[in-house]
Design a protein around this ligand. Structure first.
Ligand code: GRF
Length: 201
């Protein structure tokens, strides 16, 4: 069983897609050990609790400095003995010490086809606004390993989604989630869990 921690900041629809995929057997050999949010009001925490999964908040507001927050975040993550950390809409930059310690053990979902519309400043609706402004006809989502850069780690899975005439950022965001994010994030976790097993881990 791969022990997975999911890190969230908001609504948690990607978390829900993972939980549903575990429940319906699409994702196997995975146990969600904890859900960690930086935001106490994140509905994702509620989704975790409803599923009987430990849900914890580690908020930067509770610490005097970014350094202290980073230490607390790393200590919190370490205490769960995780094999894989999944960033599912986690809006905080991962501390470098954490990317080093968990090299190839942190993955992220990004709502575009990397290397388009990614990096600093491209998060949430901004990604879809930029795609519409540029007039691309195809966008999508990417699951990638997290390294010390922003959306720069090795790509694991991508899925394309059509942009349609009249799309607003909100409409496009929803289509990218439904057709791509909720599909490839659980799929990547399943691939890693079952690859790890076949490696004898
Ligand atoms: C998703 O679009 C994800 O790609 C982005 O943040 C959003 C999170 O949505 N990084 P949710 O919290 O999973 O509903």
């Amino acid at each position: 069983m791969l022990r997975v921690g999911v890190m969230v900041s908001g609504g948690g629809t990607n978390l829900q897609a993972i939980l549903d995929a575990i429940d319906n057997g699409t994702v196997t050999n995975v146990q969600i050990a904890v859900v960690i949010s930086n935001n106490p009001g994140a509905y994702a925490l509620e989704r975790a609790r409803n599923h009987g999964i430990p849900a914890v908040c580690i908020s930067p507001k509770e610490y005097g400095s970014r350094e202290d927050f980073n230490k607390a975040l790393l200590a919190g993550v370490d205490s769960y003995g995780l094999d894989l950390i999944v960033l599912a809409g986690f809006l905080v930059k991962i501390p470098e010490e954490m990317t080093r310690r968990y090299e190839r053990r942190i993955i992220n979902i990004h709502p575009s086809l990397i290397p388009s519309f990614c990096g600093v400043g491209y998060y949430g609706l901004k990604v879809h606004e930029a795609a519409l402004e540029r007039g691309v006809k195809v966008t999508g989502a990417t699951v990638h390993y997290v390294d010390s850069g922003m959306d720069t780690g090795p790509i694991i899975l991508q899925k394309a989604v059509e942009v349609l005439d009249g799309d607003t950022p909100e409409v496009l965001q929803r289509r990218v989630m439904e057709q791509a994010e909720w599909v490839i994030l659980p799929k990547a976790i399943d691939m890693i869990a079952n690859m790890a097993l076949s490696d004898g881990c």
